[in-house]
Design a protein around this ligand. Structure first.
Ligand code: ATP
Length: 236
């Protein structure tokens, strides 16, 4: 087991707004790690910085042992990083299958049909809708499609930004079941969530972000049992 991602002392600004204030964390191979925190705590900013969309003024980001602090976003996919952004952003005019094929664009070698089979196995709802345009899918189905598309690139790290946002409880449950299945299959996942209960239940470890700083860290079970976390994030 090696370290997949090592983030050290990053500081990120939007103009004069200091959104990330010196945070450090890491993700080991095969782990599910979650960043939890309230609205505006800096969760999306962190993921966007790791993926190269935003830049840190300090520190370093190491991915698979290499410093990627200055690697542009479009080159990170080829290096094995996949981000499923908040609000999914699938190609609305394209069919389910075309969306999935787009996810494979950086893959060399003829694994496309085997990869499609794997995604359809994981998401039977998508298989039933191969030719449907993505814009006509429900929110939950679009989330599945965005995750399936990301998996088509064989990521070494899958980053999910609030996959449960705006979904009905039954779909939230399904999405978290899929995350658990991916974990069992060995996928390394960095999960950002406001749904702390669900995220900590599937995570090996978690970090709690408050106004741009990591204030607590521990195993998923430890954080779930912590009275402070219960009070602040778990509704009791
Ligand atoms: P949410 O769960 O609401 O998405 P978050 O934890 O992901 O919250 P971020 O979106 O990372 O939080 O925002 C962190 C801080 O940076 C917030 O104070 C936010 O207002 C600010 N921020 C985010 N994006 C921008 C932007 N494009 N311009 C200016 N400030 C921004």
């Amino acid at each position: 087991m090696g370290t997949i991602l090592k983030v050290e002392d990053i500081n990120v600004y939007y103009g004069s707004i200091h959104a990330i204030k010196g945070i450090s964390f890491q993700v080991e191979e095969g782990e599910v790690v979650t960043l939890i925190g309230a609205n505006g705590a800096g969760k999306s900013t962190t993921l966007n910085t790791v993926s190269g969309l935003l830049r840190s003024k300090t520190g370093s980001i190491e991915f698979l042992g290499q410093n990627v602090s200055n690697v542009p976003c479009h080159k990170m996919t080829g290096r094995g990083l996949a981000l499923v952004p908040e609000g999914r952003r699938v190609f609305l005019q394209m069919t389910v299958q075309e969306n999935l094929e787009m996810g494979a664009f950086s893959q060399k070698g003829g694994t496309l049909s085997a990869d499609l089979d794997k995604v359809y196995q994981l998401f039977p709802r998508l298989k039933e809708r191969i030719k449907q345009t993505a814009g006509t899918l429900s929110g939950g189905e679009q989330q599945m499609l965005a995750m399936g598309r990301a998996l088509m690139s064989h990521p070494k790290l899958l980053m999910l930004d609030e996959p449960s946002m705006g979904l009905a409880p039954i779909l939230v449950e399904q999405i978290f079941e899929i995350i658990e299945n991916l974990h069992k299959a060995g996928t390394t996942i960095l999960l950002v969530e406001q749904n702390a209960q669900a995220a900590l239940s599937v995570a090996n470890r978690g970090y709690v972000l408050e106004t741009g700083k990591i204030v607590t860290t521990g195993t998923g079970a430890e954080l779930l049992a912590s009275p402070e976390i219960k009070k602040a994030y778990l509704g009791g």
